[in-house]
Design a binder for this molecule. Structure first.
Ligand SMILES: [Mg+2]
Length: 399
């Protein structure tokens, strides 16, 4: 990778800040996350999150390689580093490299905010809102379980929830599978009433044939949005579904840059869901938001991840006009062994007030990481793996 000198940044008084990156560290922490810590020679510490569910060890290796370039350089030339890390290695893109860049990018923005003593959203142009609505996850296979899980989320003050309305789906779904989806969404709507929202995440489990059948049956229940109805590699067919139904179509957690978002925006999705830890971090998601605005598309970033990914999402959200709602994983069904707030010293900035999170006012990402807890958790590490589903005939099914 090239080692030519980068542009020197100026402080607000016109003098160079003169910061240099001393070290880049990574921490593999339960339940399934990867944190990045970048420290400058004079002791400013920035944190980011590069969690790639099921592949965090691979991302960790990529970050170690990127650190060879970063150490000794100015942390404040964030865009130049983004350019080098995404383009300078010739091979580019994909979840591993993009997640590595994402975690580093968040940590550099955190350092920039702390060096200048402002929250990151101030560096992005300042706040356009005072709070961001958040939604929670609900599990549950039976309609009665769904209703109970939703009541639990309403009890913590949320006004919107999301669920997988289906389990494994046959390639052409049975009547029972399709009726099961409708029954679960109907149970959710009954609990939520007309003032609160239910989003439905299909995790790419539907074929286009199934999606064509299911979407019209859900119309009357007016879901907030239908997420990832088809797998992302089949994004070329998502436009057919968007034209077929009035339900807003959402996708994007497995798209990694502007270029991959363009076709789904052109196809007519309504909600873009870039993941701050997979899609190039704060720098690129800010640009994806801007591109989405041209298509009247709202952002609802994917974030079933840890506290740093959530804080990075919120920082973008406070400075981005076309921001709809924020996913967060406090209480998510697959956080086993550790919780989002376990690694945060002061938990109060991430509490819900009337279903929203108030503007983060602290410097950088706006949360303080419990470094000791992170270092201890990293000693145990994790080896979280995506569940593998198969059909009765032995062939692989979408999880
Ligand atoms: Mg999803």
């Amino acid at each position: 990778m090239s080692t030519t000198a980068a542009v020197r940044p100026l402080a607000t008084n016109g003098e160079p800040l003169g910061l240099r990156i001393a070290r880049v560290e990574t921490f593999l922490v339960p339940p399934r996350w990867l944190f990045v810590r970048i420290e400058t020679e004079d002791g400013i510490v920035g944190w980011g999150e590069a969690s790639l569910e099921g592949f965090s060890e691979s991302v960790r290796t990529a970050i170690t390689q990127f650190a060879e370039y970063l150490v000794g350089r100015d942390p404040l030339t964030i865009e130049d580093h983004w350019q080098v890390l995404t383009k300078g290695g010739f091979y580019r893109g994909g979840p591993i490299l993009s997640s590595a860049v994402s975690g580093i990018d968040q940590a550099l923005w955190d350092i920039a905010g702390r060096a200048l003593d402002v929250p990151v959203h101030q560096l992005l142009g300042g706040a356009v809102r005072e709070r961001i609505r958040a939604y929670g996850w609900v599990g549950g296979d039976e309609p009665a379980e769904v209703a109970d899980a939703i009541r639990a989320q309403l009890d913590v003050g949320l006004t919107a929830v999301k669920m997988n309305a289906s389990g494994k789906m046959s390639r052409v779904a049975t009547v029972a599978e399709i009726d099961g989806i409708v029954e679960r969404v109907a149970a959710a709507r009954e609990v939520l009433g007309p003032e609160r929202d239910i989003a439905v995440d299909f995790h790419g489990r539907l074929t286009l044939a199934n999606a064509r059948r299911v979407a019209p049956l859900l119309e009357g229940l007016r879901p907030f949005f239908l997420e990832e109805p088809v797998v992302p590699e089949n994004s070329h067919i998502i436009g057919e579904l968007a034209r077929l139904t009035s339900i807003p179509i959402a996708t994007g957690e497995r798209l990694y840059n502007r270029q991959e978002f363009l076709p789904v925006l052109q196809a007519g999705i309504s909600i873009a869901q870039p993941d701050l830890s997979h899609a190039g971090g704060i720098s690129e998601v800010r640009r994806i938001a801007s591109l989405a605005e041209v298509f009247d598309v709202q952002l609802a970033p994917h974030c079933p991840l840890g506290p740093l990914a959530l804080a990075a999402c919120l920082q973008v959200g406070f400075a981005t006009p076309n921001y709809l709602i924020q996913e967060q994983s406090i209480g998510i069904h697959y956080n086993k062994g550790a919780e989002v707030l376990d690694y945060v010293l002061d938990k109060s900035p991430l509490k819900f007030v009337d279903g929203s999170i108030e503007r983060l006012t602290g410097p950088g990402l706006g949360i303080e990481i419990d470094e000791q807890a992170v270092r201890t958790a990293d000693k145990a590490g994790h080896s979280w793996r995506t569940p593998l589903w198969r059909y009765a005939d032995g062939s692989v099914a979408e999880w």
